[in-house]
Write a protein that binds this ligand. Structure first.
Ligand code: PAN
Ligand code: ZN
Length: 193
């Protein structure tokens, strides 16, 4: 038996970045084509092509059963039309793998849905430890005026299924109505038949 060496990764609490991240993924609007509901607003904003969010990966842990991965996500403030900046969203490729999100900064929502299209929205602010149960697809949405930052901890073998969300969308959108965040049905959601 060879034992893995314990380690600590530091998160900068000022901005949620991980200075020694093993990988940083930057997602611009152009990396999220078709995920926001308002295509005309997307087209207008695509000239600017803003960074929507970044993921700072804390480890290079092997993607083996029993291992964990963790990362911080920083979603910048903004909207495409009236829909707030958000992550792409995914199901885990191994659907039974759960996940924990811990909010460090800002305000937003963890939006979840079952494969059948049942929706759940968890409001998050610093201190919120929000649980993604097995099988729920998940996306996060920045509804505040500043960055929305959270730490995610998940099984290293969970994997990502982005295709289902890209094809069907989410059953609900989080939009600004009279300056307030509201969870509304997505008229374009393609329910599983
Ligand atoms: C998170 C997400 C991260 C970015 O670490 O991967 O917030 O969101 P997308 O992966 O949907 O672009 C997680 O849920 N990992 O499983
Ligand atoms: Zn996940």
């Amino acid at each position: 038996m060879t034992y893995m060496t314990p380690f600590t990764t530091w998160v900068d609490l000022k901005d949620g970045t991980i200075p020694n991240a093993t990988m940083v993924q930057t997602q611009r609007l152009s990396d999220m084509r078709g995920l926001f509901a308002d295509r005309a607003a997307e087209a207008v904003l695509s000239v600017q092509n803003p960074v929507i969010y970044r993921v700072y990966n804390a480890t290079n842990n092997p993607k083996d059963e029993g291992q964990l991965l963790y990362s911080t996500t920083v979603i910048y403030p903004g909207k495409v039309g009236d829909e707030y900046f958000m992550t792409k969203g995914h199901y885990h490729a191994k659907g039974d793998r759960a996940e924990l999100y811990y909010c460090l900064q800002g305000e937003g929502y963890l939006l979840l849905q079952t494969p059948g299209g049942e929706i759940n929205a968890q409001a998050m602010a610093p201190g919120a430890a929000s649980y993604v149960p097995p099988y729920w697809g998940h996306r996060t949405v920045n509804t505040g005026p500043g960055n929305f930052v959270f730490l995610a901890v998940f099984p290293a073998d969970a994997g990502y299924d982005y295709k289902t969300i890209a094809e069907r969308g989410f059953a609900a959108l989080i939009v600004a109505r009279n300056g307030q965040a509201q969870v509304v049905p997505n008229p374009k959601y393609a329910a599983r038949r």
